[in-house]
Design a protein around this ligand. Structure first.
Ligand SMILES: NC(=O)c1ccc[n+]([C@@H]2O[C@H](COP(=O)([O-])OP(=O)(O)OC[C@H]3O[C@@H](n4cnc5c(N)ncnc54)[C@H](O)[C@@H]3O)[C@@H](O)[C@H]2O)c1
Length: 343
């Protein structure tokens, strides 16, 4: 629920494919007043004006930041521009939301975190899945102890296409999976080890298997590919008591909890010391809300209250460092690469 009194004066930078979704939510939430938009593309600004004729537009970021008494800025431009734009927004003293990935280099993400701290402004990154009702239900279920200790989990995000040449499959598909893994486990990995292969474009991996190792001994594997016969978006979490599968391709029954496990045998009969346990399967009903509406509302609430967002700059930095370390590990033939960040 909103805690704001005076509407937050928001401007948006970037109105391409994703920006309109953010703007639609900002426009309908009572806590925000949309006052300006900035995009390098006149064509996209014309589209914006046809939808929001009362809102000022410009192609000049400096003018945009100087002219509208903005409280907060939402950045939804392509990733290579995030660092420079966010830096200028923070330097102007505005709260800043940046779409994922926060930056392309962890050193740039670190700089943004430090600058936002020093300026006393909110820095939030668009890790949308942290606001997904099913992911939050799973997080609460893990915290309740129903699964026992989480031992390991794996994520699969596979499809045939869309093939890209400007970034590899891990940068393109895995930022959400990485943020989900960190959010669910409540822990950051200490190193990653990854293998990938570039079958379609030289040097651009289409298929990546990344192993994240956690100080607690937990393990997570993320498999992404745009060269696969199946469209799969699935998480499997293996706990010491139960196992959970989240199938994001399922229209309704997204979560399945299996009462299965391996336990010490009561009697050491036949020389066996472990028994397999097979029990019921539960498919809970989960009330769903639009994750983007929840995410945008959370940003506005944090701007109003000064609270640290769930997906704050440090969360963004951790994810960028993991994406970067996966590249480094693939280049080093799968060698372990540290993912520890200092800020
Ligand atoms: N959360 C999600 O599920 C999700 C989904 C899609 C995209 N995204 C993210 O949203 C961001 C935008 O993606 P997109 O697909 O909309 O890209 P896009 O290329 O369709 O749109 C980017 C827009 O930004 C404008 N732009 C680029 N550089 C600019 C600059 N320096 N100043 C002002 N305007 C500039 C472009 O003209 C364009 O209108 C990316 O970070 C992407 O990863 C997130």
């Amino acid at each position: 629920m909103s805690t704001s009194v005076k509407p937050i004066r928001v401007g948006v930078v970037g109105f391409g494919y994703w920006g309109p979704n953010l703007v639609r939510n900002l426009d309908r939430l009572g806590d925000a007043v949309l006052v300006a938009a900035c995009d390098l593309s006149e064509k996209n600004l014309a589209k914006f004006t046809s939808l929001y004729p009362a809102v000022a537009t410009t192609t000049d970021l400096t003018v945009f930041l100087a002219d509208h008494d903005l409280d907060a800025v939402v950045v939804s431009t392509s990733a290579p521009s995030h660092h420079a734009i966010a830096k200028q927004v923070i330097a102007a003293g505005k709260h800043c939301y940046v779409e994922k990935p926060l930056t392309l280099k962890s050193s740039d993400a670190e700089e943004l975190v430090r600058l936002a701290d020093a300026a006393g402004v909110v820095l939030m990154v668009g890790h949308l899945m942290e606001y997904h009702s099913a992911i939050n239900w799973i997080r609460e279920t893990i915290a309740s102890g129903e699964l026992g200790d989480v031992l390991y989990l794996y994520a699969q995000r596979l499809n045939l296409g869309k093939v890209r040449a400007e970034e590899n499959a891990f940068w393109s598909l895995a930022p959400h999976d990485v943020s989900i893994v960190l959010y669910l486990l409540g822990e950051a990995p200490d190193y990653v080890s990854a293998s990938g292969a570039a079958y379609l474009h030289d040097g651009v991996q289409d298929t990546v298997f990344a192993n994240l190792h956690f100080p607690s001994g937990k393990m997570a594997n993320i498999h992404v590919s745009w060269l696969d016969p199946h469209k799969v978006r699935k998480f499997t979490i293996v706990g010491s008591k139960k196992m959970l599968v989240f199938d994001d391709m399922a229209a309704t029954e997204k979560i399945w909890i299996y009462d299965k496990g391996v336990e010490p045998a009561e009697a050491m009969a036949y020389g066996e010391d472990l028994t397999l346990r097979f029990g019921d399967i539960r498919v809970p009903w989960i009330p769903m809300k639009e994750p983007l509406a929840l995410e945008v509302q959370h940003f506005l609430d944090c701007c109003a209250s000064g609270e640290t967002p769930r997906s704050d700059g440090r969360d963004g930095l951790r994810v960028v460092r993991i994406l970067e370390a996966v590249d480094e590990s693939m280049a080093a033939g799968g060698a372990p690469v540290s993912t520890v960040v200092e800020v």
